[in-house]
Design a protein around this ligand. Structure first.
Ligand SMILES: Cc1cc2nc3c(=O)[nH]c(=O)nc-3n(C[C@H](O)[C@H](O)[C@H](O)COP(=O)(O)O)c2cc1C
Length: 380
């Protein structure tokens, strides 16, 4: 039993390294270091002020590499201005800030739901000072929000604390049936799903290939390495990026086995160990969902964020595990062939595109992902 648990921790180690994603739940206690998931435990209870209450939920939104790029300012009696903290973007894997914008869309939708729960209609005006004219976001406000009395609560809000990105192998003996996929999609024509064996097999290969491109492209892999927080203390000091928490990591770090340099070196054991467990993750995907848009404007991306948040909450309600896998959707030259292959496979023609792709199945219950406390995301 102990050995199984140890192997699981080893597995998780490699998985997170390779996946460029974080996994909580392996954070074994260490004296004097608390796992930074306090915002999940205090959401809705730390503040009485309606905007702060709603924001305390919004910061739990899914977002790429858990960068938590949101920064807010409280304005007047009932206003909020939302900014993107520009140094929290991912220029190599997200060169046009598309995924960062989707994450901000998730944040906006969660803020809206939390306000509604409290009796407020959070009216969001995106890009109140105009759309960024270049290919990247700028320091102008991303959104202006006004809380107005009166709202209709959303039943999916109950799932906010149950929602996860499950970066783990799924149970390959459990299929995801048609009725579950139909419930996940609802009436949204931009959300599509697949569970048929042939397509799932192709997507397993394609997503694994895309992952290999990301880690074999030095600059995109380095972007993830730089964001790895190795060991409990590092995770607690910087509760964002890729969480390599856990007693195991702390020990490996102290012994000098797991360092940023070793993880970056393709000849190191730490690097090589990462690939097979990630293969286990990719090849245990039992179904997929993807979200399309007919164009790729900033507003398309905002809407995709709202749809992704809703489908992630719906998955939680259905007891289904969901894990975004974005590599094949990323816009850099080395990925172009796989991007095209994926779009051909799904018969999606430009200017339409896939904005989110997630693997589905039934995985283990994972813990909360780290978050910066709300007060660090509010500007005075
Ligand atoms: C636009 C977007 C892209 C994402 N892409 C990936 C991905 O490629 N791989 C991955 O493991 N997680 C991905 N995620 C999930 C985030 O890593 C996750 O939301 C974040 O680590 C916080 O964890 P949580 O969702 O469990 O709160 C993505 C999330 C968003 C919103």
């Amino acid at each position: 039993m102990k050995r199984r648990k140890f192997l699981k921790i080893m597995g998780a180690t490699s998985i997170v390294v390779a996946a460029g994603g974080g996994t909580a739940g392996y954070f074994l206690s260490e004296p004097g270091v608390d796992y930074p998931d306090e915002p999940w435990h205090t959401a809705g209870s730390l503040y009485q002020e309606p905007r702060m209450r709603a924001l305390s939920y919004a910061i739990l939104a899914p977002n790429p590499h858990n960068r938590q790029p949101w920064l807010v300012r409280l304005d007047g009696q009932m206003g909020i201005t939302l900014y993107c903290q520009l140094d929290r973007r991912l220029p190599e894997t997200d060169p046009y800030d598309r995924q960062i914008m989707i994450g901000l869309g998730c944040f906006g939708e969660l803020l809206r739901m939390a306000a509604a729960e409290d009796g407020y209609d959070a009216r969001i005006k995106w890009f109140p000072a105009g759309m960024p004219d270049g290919k990247r976001l700028n320091d102008l406000p991303v959104a202006q929000i006004e809380f107005i009395k009166g709202s209709t609560p959303d039943p999916l809000f109950k799932q906010v604390l149950n929602r996860r990105s499950t970066k783990e192998p799924f149970d390959t003996s459990r299929q995801v049936d048609e009725s579950t996929l139909a419930a996940l999609k609802g009436n949204d024509r931009n959300i599509q799903t697949a569970n048929d064996t042939q397509l799932v097999a192709k997507l397993r290969d394609l997503t694994m290939d895309a992952f290999m491109v990301e880690i074999e492209t030095a600059r995109t892999y380095k972007e993830s390495i730089d964001l790895m927080r190795i060991g409990n203390k590092a995770v607690a000091a910087n509760p964002d990026g890729i969480d390599l928490g856990g007693g195991f990591f702390s020990i490996m770090k102290n012994l000098g086995f797991t360092t940023h340099e070793k993880l970056a070196d393709p000849n190191s054991i730490a690097y090589k160990q990462g690939i097979p467990p990630f293969r286990d993750i990719m090849y245990s995907s039992m179904a997929y969902s993807w979200i399309t848009s007919s164009g790729n404007t900033r507003m398309d991306q905002v809407k995709v964020g709202a749809k992704y948040l809703i489908s992630n909450l719906k998955a939680a309600e259905l007891g289904l595990s969901m894990h975004p896998i974005s590599q094949a959707l990323q816009e850099y030259p080395e990925m172009l062939a796989l991007y095209r292959e994926l779009h051909e496979l799904m018969a999606i023609k430009s200017p339409g595109r896939i904005q989110m792709l997630a693997r589905l199945g039934y995985g283990p219950q994972v813990g909360f992902s780290p978050r910066w406390p709300l007060k660090t995301r509010v500007q005075s």
